[in-house]
Design a protein around this ligand. Structure first.
Ligand code: FAD
Length: 410
């Protein structure tokens, strides 16, 4: 474990996260691997695990101190999020998803929500160890168009919000939402002007779960990160009052508040999966004997281990650099956070593949457990923009006058 460059506070937080993972999360996963496969989402992750996360103070990061949150070091918030996300994902990436959604949505709400609603919801979040939040952008059609964004009226969101006396009426559907099945509070994006491109005509709203017209339609059965309880939700003539409007018309422009830390956190969770894959594999190849000697003494095995370690360090280096850029609000932050997320997703996939292969037949046995790193790693190729869309976003950002002008007349 490298400590260089960490403050005393960060070092202590990291140690308590590591202890939580080693003493609570990993033993739970080892002894209860079947629970991940329960088709009753409520039965998957016991409430006590979030309760334990609460004890070390990592559930409500991002909440301002005045509302009972824990203030992270100024200018190092995103780097600290990354450090903690990596540690928790080393135990379980789906559990990390549950927690990081709370941090990311809190960062958004503390900038966009009116003070009385911050007070109300941050209080709920801080008081209830099971309270989760979700961020609902993706719909059954056109998620990649939103990421790019493809800024023409045809690519606008199908979810619509219409202005009525005293508030807004929202109709539509969101899918693939992390924490979607469990959350108590949702941020929902909807089209508010069908005549213009989505950058000019999308608004965001705060939606409590008990709002009339709001339904959680299903919990998606995902390949990996299964504890996140990814969900789908439907809005039918759902009324929210005026003060629940977070950003009118330019909500996608403001979503960077959420997405920049979000990309770093994605890369960091992915890194945690890679670290887990490496640790478990290093242990295995130093104990398992084949051809009269432990695996690591066979050079072909050692080469793979060297490859895994190098990829992990390269991901760490880029993620840390990108996190600092986001913390510093540097001009290169946008391109670097996309690069970090993209690079982590492709590299850790290769790390996970080595891990599974070096375990031989055990590599694909559910009760052995190493297959989980491959299942968790593959999810990152699809979350927060696909690999190809991420690459295109990087190039658009680097060449704004040519690739940047993606939609509209030449
Ligand atoms: C586990 C998980 C958790 C998620 N959590 C959330 C969440 O919390 N909130 C949320 O809002 N969303 C969430 N998402 C949604 C996620 O952001 C989208 O799934 C992702 O952006 C891809 O969108 P899509 O599935 O609609 O694919 P599509 O946009 O339909 O893409 C399909 C394929 O077409 C390619 N493609 C599309 N357009 C182009 C183009 N112009 N040029 C070249 N190739 C193109 C894509 O790269 C991809 O290969 C989550 C998804 C997953 C899988």
């Amino acid at each position: 474990m490298y400590d260089r460059g960490l403050s005393e506070e960060q070092r202590m937080m990291r140690q308590s996260c590591r202890d939580f993972v080693d003493e609570v999360v990993l033993p739970f996963i080892r002894e209860n691997w079947q629970r991940e496969w329960s088709m009753t989402p409520e039965d998957r992750l016991p409430a006590s695990i979030l309760g334990e996360a609460e004890k070390i103070g990592i559930r409500a990061l991002g909440v301002p101190e005045e509302f009972g949150g824990i203030e992270l070091e100024k200018g190092a918030e995103v780097s600290t999020f990354a450090m903690i996300a990596e540690e928790i994902a080393r135990g379980d990436s789906g559990l990390a998803d549950k927690l990081v959604q709370n941090w990311k949505v809190s960062v958004l709400l503390r900038q966009l929500a009116p003070r009385h609603l911050q007070e109300k919801w941050f209080k709920r979040l801080v008081e209830d160890p099971q309270f989760l939040m979700a961020h609902c952008l993706t719909e059954p059609r056109g998620a990649s168009d939103r990421w790019l964004p493809y800024n023409v009226p045809e690519a606008a969101m199908q979810t619509k919000a219409a202005k009525v006396n005293g508030g807004w009426v929202i109709n539509g559907r969101k899918q693939f939402i992390s924490n979607g099945y469990d959350a108590g509070l949702y941020v929902v994006y909807a089209n508010t002007n069908p005549k213009v491109g989505m950058l000019q005509g999308t608004s965001s709203f705060l939606v409590p779960r008990d709002t009339k017209g709001f339904t959680v339609a299903r919990c998606n059965e995902t390949l990996g990160c299964r504890f996140m309880n990814n969900g789908e939700m439907v809005f039918e003539d759902m009324f929210v009052p005026d003060d629940h409007l977070l950003a009118q018309d330019d909500a996608l422009g403001k979503a960077g508040i959420y997405f920049r830390p979000g990309k770093i956190i994605q890369a960091a969770k992915n890194l945690g999966v890679g670290v887990r894959a490496f640790e478990a594999t290093a242990d295995y190849v130093q104990n398992y004997v084949q051809g009269g000697r432990i695996l690591i003494k066979h050079q072909a095995v050692a080469l793979r281990l060297g490859d895994m370690a190098t990829r992990i360090e390269a991901v760490r280096a880029l993620t840390e650099r990108a996190a600092r850029a986001v913390d510093d609000n540097a001009p290169e932050a946008e391109v670097l956070c996309n690069m970090a997320k993209l690079f982590a997703s492709e590299e850790i996939m290769k790390v996970a593949q080595h891990a599974v292969e070096l375990h031989g037949g055990n590599g694909v046995m559910l009760d052995f457990g190493i297959e989980k790193v491959l299942r968790d790693a593959i999810i990152f190729l699809h979350m927060d923009a696909t690999v190809d869309i991420s690459k295109f976003k990087i190039v658009k950002n680097m060449f704004p006058q040519t690739a940047g002008k993606y939609a509209g007349p030449e």
